[in-house]
Ligand binder design. Structure first.
Ligand SMILES: CCC(=O)NCCS(=O)(=O)O
Length: 367
């Protein structure tokens, strides 16, 4: 049995699961999203190139991917540090930092942030979407990719001794490319060896999550320890959602705080509001999937930081959970953010539990 079995591996070393506290399962603290720059609409070129300023904040909220400056979260470590202090004050304990190879993962920065703030930070192994794969990565065999992912968890990543505690976010486009398929196979093989969790970024098509789960299953992956991210912008039909939920992965609604009229990467998508996200979760709970739900903000651009008028890393704790609790008082649903059992480096059951029977839980949010 691995020495890590039953522990969670943070950037400062292994800890016991009961030390985690409230955990956001999908955030970024330092990264670049330049891979996904989206040209501005005609007429918006000037605002797109302007520095971030008050009068442009609404435009940025609607067009976050059309400003180069906005994509450079890695320039905001001081602001992120302040936010992590706030996150602790708001009751937060841990952040799973999903930045993988291709979007400027910076484990030394994560280690320093963990030391400075006391927030437990878990780093992510593996590769983001094909558009960020190097030629060398594209040429690698599945075996080589597997070895690299395993090494990032067991020995350290990016030339450091800082170890990742989860595999992901593993990036997939739609349709899934050949290079991404190899990375998915390697992910499943590494998971089999390590017993750790996997976090997936699916392409923007309702069929993408199920296709990815099938590929992972064929390669021997453990779907019960796999998180499917970004469901809030991917599956909209309740019937399709239930079909996917039956496959057994964690169901992640991780874009809390993101509200926009036109979602640049897929104009067919109506990005939900936070209220609609809460309703989607209530539906999943009603259908018996409360143990599979995980939530987060997936902050990956500057405009979502409080420094730029954004919601920050404490939005769920400060605004979303109280809303759910208020709805609970009206006889609807009560929400608890609850952390229970973990396995090596993973959050086997970091979960947000929505329960109907309020009498079972009298102290509000608790662990
Ligand atoms: C790196 C952060 C990330 O991939 N976030 C998801 C953005 S979106 O696909 O939901 O637009």
């Amino acid at each position: 049995m691995s020495a890590l079995s039953g522990k969670v591996q943070t950037v400062l070393g292994p800890i016991e699961p009961d030390q985690l506290g409230i955990t956001m399962t999908h955030e970024h603290l330092t990264m670049t999203f330049e891979c996904c720059y989206f040209s501005p609409a005609p007429g918006d070129e000037t605002v797109s190139q302007a520095p971030i300023q008050m009068k442009n904040l609404f435009w940025l909220k609607q067009n976050p991917y059309s400003s180069h400056e906005n994509l450079l979260l890695l320039q905001e470590t001081n602001a992120v540090r302040e936010e992590l202090h706030e996150y602790r004050k708001a009751g937060g304990g841990t952040i799973v930092e999903n930045t993988t190879q291709g979007i400027a993962r910076d484990l030394p920065c994560l280690k320093q942030l963990a030391k400075d703030t006391g927030v437990h930070i878990i780093g992510g192994a593996g590769y983001y979407v094909d558009a960020t794969h190097s030629e060398a990565t594209r040429k690698m065999t599945v075996e080589k990719l597997t070895d690299i992912i395993i090494s990032e968890v067991l020995h350290g990543a990016d030339g450091t001794e800082i170890r990742c505690g989860v595999i992901g976010e593993i990036g997939c486009s739609w349709p899934i490319t050949d290079s991404e398929k190899k990375v998915l196979q390697a992910t499943a093989h590494a998971q089999t060896e390590l017993g750790c969790p996997v976090i997936i970024h699916p392409g923007r098509n309702p069929g993408a999550p199920a296709e990815i789960v099938r590929l992972l299953q064929e390669a021997g992956g453990d779907i019960s320890k796999t998180v499917m991210s970004h469901l809030d912008r991917t599956i909209f039909d309740n019937g399709e959602l239930l079909e996917f939920a039956k496959m057994g992965s964690y169901l992640e609604y991780d874009l809390f705080g993101t509200e926009m009229l036109n979602y640049a990467y897929n104009l067919e998508v109506d990005m939900p509001s936070d209220s609609q996200r809460v309703k989607a979760l209530a539906f999943l709970v009603q259908e018996g999937y409360e143990d599979n739900i995980v939530i987060a903000h997936d902050i990956h651009t500057k405009n979502r930081l409080t420094k730029y008028g954004g919601h920050g890393y404490s939005h769920i704790l400060k605004n979303i959970v109280p809303k759910m609790l208020r709805r609970g008082e009206k006889g609807m649903l009560v929400v608890y953010v609850k952390v229970s059992t973990f396995e090596i480096g993973f959050v086997r059951r970091i979960r947000m539990v929505l329960v109907r029977d309020r009498s079972k839980f009298t102290r509000g949010i608790r662990f």
